[in-house]
Ligand binder design. Structure first.
Ligand code: 6R9
Length: 587
C-alpha cells in the first residue's frame, strides 16, 4: 500500500508552536530561559515542575488528575502537589536521608508515586522508577547495581517481590509503603506524611547534579543505569512544547508507566514543567476504558504507543461509535515502529494523524518527531527536533564513521550536546564510552534519511527486543532461564508479532538427564515468569540439542532469528557449533 504525505493546512501550521524560522535560530541556552532556575541559583526539576507554578497563577490548576482502577478519582492542584512534595521531603529529612541518596520507586500508577518522585527531587535525591510488573529478580538486580537507599512501594509488592531478598541489599535502610499498615521493617506513608514537617523550597542542586537514574537493557551484561541530570528539564520543557504541543492548562494524557522512561520524561516532568493538567490512569489497557477516558476527560493531547494503537484498530470502527473527541488536537506515538496504517487510522477516527516520535532512555527526551506543523509521511519518524543534529552513519573498520547518503541505511547517530543526554552509565565508564565514536552518539538503531531529511526506522543494530514498547535485554532473560536446573544454555530473540511488535522467544539446550516435554516447557516458562515478571518472560520455549555459537562462545542470536524467519543467514564465518533441533522425547 502506498501512503501519501498527509499535508497540514496553513491553519495547522500557524497554530503549531514552532515556526521553521524559530527552528533555525534555536539554541539550548535560549531555551533555558523558558525556565526559572532556583531563587538562590542552581536548578531543580521539582522547582520547575511544581513550585514555580504553585507560586503563581497556576496554583489552583489541576496538575494531576488520578483515575483509580475501580472508578475512584483524585485531583491534585499545583498547590497541592507543592505541599505534598514538601511534606514528603520532610519525611526523608526526618529519617536522615541526605541529598544524593538514591530513592527507588516500585508501585503502580498511584498518586503517591508521583508525589514521592517529585518530593525526592526536591530533597536533592536521585530517583529511579522501576516497573511494578517486573519480577523479583530484575528488581533486586537493579537495586543492587544502584545501591538503593530508599524504596517507596506498596505492601503487596514488598511482600511478593522484595521481602525475600531485602537483606541482600545492605544500603537499603528505608522502605516506605503507601498503605496504612506497613509490613515489618517498613514505614507507613500515611503515618509518616502526617508526622512530617514540610520542607520549604528545593535542595540547591546544580544543573549537572544527577536527578534520575533510569535502567535500560543491554545485549550483554547487567542492565545499565542511565544517568540524567537536573538540566534535562530544559529538554523536557522544549520537546513537550514543540513535539507534543503542551501549553499551560492543556489536558494531556500519557499512557506510559513511569517504570519506563516515557512515563517519567513525558508522564511526569514534561507536562508539569509546561503547566499542563495531566491524567494518570491506574489501570492497564482496555479498549472501552481508554476511549471513555479520551472522550470523557476531554483529552486534548494524547501520547501513546503503537501496541495500544494496534489494539484499538483491531477493536474495529464500532468501538469508537457513539463517542466523539472534539477536544483532541494532537496525538503522538513513541516506543516502537508505528505502522503507516496506524497513522492513517488516527486521521480517520480522530481527525488527525498520529505523530510519531523517536528517542531512547539515553537521550532522555524526544530527538526526532513529526511536529504539529510538519507534513506527515506515514511510516517516518519525522525530523530532528530543534537543537538536535541527527545523522545516519556507517562504522568503518578503523573506527571512524562514514556519513550515509540519502536513502542508504546505516546507524542512527546524534551529535551530543542537548541537556537531557545521558551523563553516563552508572559505574560503567567503558560501556558508556563505547556508545560514542567520531564525535557522535551511536543509538544502536538502523535508519534511513530521505532526501527531505525525514528519518525512517529500519531495525535494531543489536539484539535488543522491543515488546509492547518495552526494551528487553536477551541476556537478562537468558540468565534467568539458565537458573532452571534443567537448562544448560539459552538464547533469546524477538519474533515479529502483530500487536506487541515483537514477542520474546527462547531456545534452550538441556542438561544431561533431562529431555524435552510439554511439562518441562511449562515449568521453565513458569520459572522465567516468576523470576522476571510477565512483561519480560518468554512467550514460548523451543528445545534444542545445541545452540549456534561463535568460536569465542557467543550465542549467535541473529542466526537463530534468521532461521526462524527464513531470512538470509548473513555472515556465518565465525560459527563454530551448529544449532540442532532437539530429538523428540522418547515415546
Ligand atoms: C522512549 C523509548 C529505545 C528504542 C529505540 C528504538 C525503539 C523508540 C521508536 C522506536 C521505531 C519509533 N523506538 N521510538 N522505534 N520508531 N518512533 O522507547 O526508550 O525504552 O530506551 O527504547 O525503542 O529501537 O532505540 P527505550
Amino acid at each position: 500500500m502506498d501512503f501519501e504525505t498527509i499535508r497540514k493546512t496553513d491553519e495547522e501550521r500557524q497554530a503549531a508552536q514552532l515556526s521553521e524560522a524559530a527552528r533555525e535560530s534555536f539554541t539550548w541556552e535560549q531555551a533555558g530561559e523558558m525556565l526559572d532556575g532556583l531563587p538562590e541559583g542552581g536548578l531543580n526539576i521539582a522547582h520547575e515542575a511544581v513550585d514555580r507554578h504553585a507560586a503563581g497563577a497556576a496554583r489552583d490548576r489541576v496538575a494531576l488528575r488520578w483515575l483509580g482502577r475501580d472508578g475512584a478519582r483524585r485531583d491534585l492542584t499545583y498547590g497541592d502537589l507543592a505541599q505534598e512534595t514538601a511534606r514528603f521531603a520532610g519525611v526523608l529529612r526526618r529519617h536522615g536521608v541526605a541529598p544524593g541518596a538514591r530513592l527507588y520507586l516500585l508501585a503502580g500508577r498511584v498518586p503517591e508515586l508521583y508525589v514521592a518522585a517529585l518530593g525526592a527531587l526536591k530533597a536533592g535525591l536521585t530517583v529511579t522508577p522501576l516497573f511494578a510488573a517486573f519480577g523479583p529478580e530484575p528488581i533486586r538486580m537493579r537495586m543492587e547495581i544502584g545501591e538503593a537507599d530508599v524504596l517507596v512501594t506498596t505492601a503487596a509488592l514488598y511482600r511478593r517481590k522484595v521481602a525475600d531478598w531485602r537483606a541482600e541489599i545492605p544500603s537499603l535502610k528505608t522502605v516506605i509503603v503507601v498503605d496504612d499498615d506497613a509490613p515489618e521493617g517498613c514505614l507507613s506513608w500515611t503515618a509518616e506524611m502526617a508526622a512530617a514537617e514540610p520542607v520549604e523550597g528545593c535542595a540547591l542542586t546544580d544543573p549537572e547534579d544527577v536527578a534520575l537514574i533510569h535502567f535500560t537493557s543491554g545485549t550483554t551484561g547487567r542492565p545499565k543505569g542511565v544517568l540524567h541530570v537536573h538540566q534535562a528539564v530544559v529538554a523536557h520543557a522544549v520537546t513537550g512544547r514543540y513535539a507534543l504541543e503542551l501549553v499551560p492548562g492543556v489536558t494531556y494524557w500519557c499512557t506510559a508507566d513511569p517504570g519506563w522512561v516515557t512515563g517519567t520524561s513525558y508522564g511526569l516532568i514534561s507536562p508539569l514543567v509546561n503547566g499542563a493538567t495531566m491524567i494518570v490512569d491506574e489501570a492497564e489497557f482496555d479498549t472501552e476504558r481508554w476511549l471513555d477516558i479520551l472522550a470523557g476527560e476531554k483529552i486534548e493531547v494524547w501520547y501513546t504507543a503503537p501496541t495500544a494503537i494496534r489494539r484499538l484498530m483491531r477493536a474495529g470502527p464500532e468501538a469508537v461509535e457513539g463517542r466523539s473527541f472534539p477536544q483532541l488536537r494532537h496525538i503522538a506515538s513513541v516506543g516502537e515502529p508505528l505502522n503507516p496504517e496506524g497513522v492513517v487510522w488516527g486521521q480517520k477516527v480522530f481527525g488527525m494523524p498520529f505523530h510519531d516520535t523517536w528517542w531512547q532512555t539515553e537521550t532522555g527526551a524526544i530527538m526526532i518527531a513529526n511536529t504539529a506543523a510538519m507534513d506527515i509521511r506515514p511510516g517516518s519518524m519525522g525530523r530532528p527536533m530543534p537543537g538536535i543534529e541527527a545523522g545516519v552513519v556507517d562504522r568503518q573498520d578503523d573506527g571512524s564513521l562514514r556519513p550515509c547518503a540519502a536513502g542508504e541505511p546505516g546507524e542512527l547517530a546524534l551529535r551530543p550536546g542537548w541537556p537531557s543526554m545521558m551523563r553516563g552509565y552508572l559505574g560503567e565508564e567503558a560501556r558508556y564510552r563505547k556508545a560514542f565514536a567520531d564525535g557522535w552518539y551511536l543509538s544502536g538503531d538502523l535508519a534511513i534519511r530521505d532526501a527531505d531529511g525525514y528519518f525512517w526506522f529500519v531495525g535494531r543494530a543489536d539484539d535488543l527486543i522491543k515488546s509492547a514498547g518495552h526494551l528487553i535485554g536477551p541476556f537478562e532473560v537468558e540468565s534467568a532461564l539458565i537458573e532452571h536446573p534443567a537448562v544448560a544454555e539459552a538464547a533469546v530473540i524477538g519474533l515479529p508479532d502483530e500487536t506487541a511488535g515483537e514477542i520474546v522467544q527462547a531456545y534452550v539446550a538441556l542438561n544431561p538427564g533431562h529431555s524435552p516435554s510439554a511439562e518441562l516447557e511449562r515449568d521453565i516458562r513458569g520459572h522465567a515468569r516468576k523470576r522476571l515478571g510477565p512483561a519480560v518472560a518468554p512467550r514460548e520455549i523451543v528445545f534444542r540439542d545445541s545452540l549456534p555459537k561463535t568460536r569465542s562462545g557467543k550465542i549467535m542470536r541473529r542466526l537463530l532469528k534468521a532461521r526462524e524467519l527464513g531470512l538470509p543467514e548473513g555472515d556465518t564465518s565465525t560459527l563454530e557449533t551448529e544449532d540442532t533441533p532437539a530429538r523428540s522425547p522418547a515415546p
